[in-house]
Design a protein around this ligand. Sequence first.
Ligand code: ATP
Ligand code: MG
Length: 225
Amino acid sequence: MDKLLEVKGLVKNYITESETLHILKEINFRIKYKEKICITGESGSGKSTLLNLIGGLDKATSGSIIFEDMDIANLEEDELTDFRNKKIGFIFQDHYLLEEFTALENVMIPYLMNDFNKTKGMEKASKILTEIGLKKRINHYPSQLSGGEKQRVAIARAFINNPGLILADEPTGNLDEKNAQSVLELLFDITVKENHSLIIVSHSNQILKLAGKNYHLENGKLNLI
Ligand SMILES: Nc1ncnc2c1ncn2[C@@H]1O[C@H](COP(=O)(O)OP(=O)(O)OP(=O)(O)O)[C@@H](O)[C@H]1O
Ligand SMILES: [Mg+2]
């Protein structure tokens, strides 16, 4: 099976008190196993909306999102939670680490939601953190980590359940140029090594070069560039 995800006729409207906003108008695209695609588009064009729909964080107005053989739109809430936890790794612009937990614990949490084996979770989390160069920081709390380090922890957390698809929404938007570059390289290296597919929203020229395909979102339509 070659195709991991197929988005068909995806529409998202937001209904506000005064108007209906047509944010996504019949989006169609596919992503294969191991494929990496980048999406650009102006602020407000609907990039986060699209990623949130694919990741099952929000419901589409119409259309379908078929992941492997499942239409995400038809999943019940508990099935959706399971899908997100096992199949999707999210990385956002803000790291969303839990401040009261260490780096190691933050990475372990999605694992424990799946398999409550603390020893195994700890081993896995510490292995990934070591691989991404944070061995000496595993017991640090988020407040004791730099911005780039926090984002690396967020990457480790996204990968711990070995999801098929990584969704990264401007993952380096809050980092300076040098840090952004090394975090992006790390994200790509680990995605390639683990054979994951990646959809990344980024304006980085480097990503445009690394991604297999680049799309631009404009006026509710996704165009290949
Ligand atoms: N819950 C909501 N209700 C109404 N409008 C919304 C809602 N969420 C988002 N929008 C609108 O939908 C549009 C797309 O938002 P989205 O966050 O997807 O943009 P984006 O492309 O990710 O922008 P940015 O680059 O600034 O992150 C925006 O104009 C936003 O105001
Ligand atoms: Mg956004």
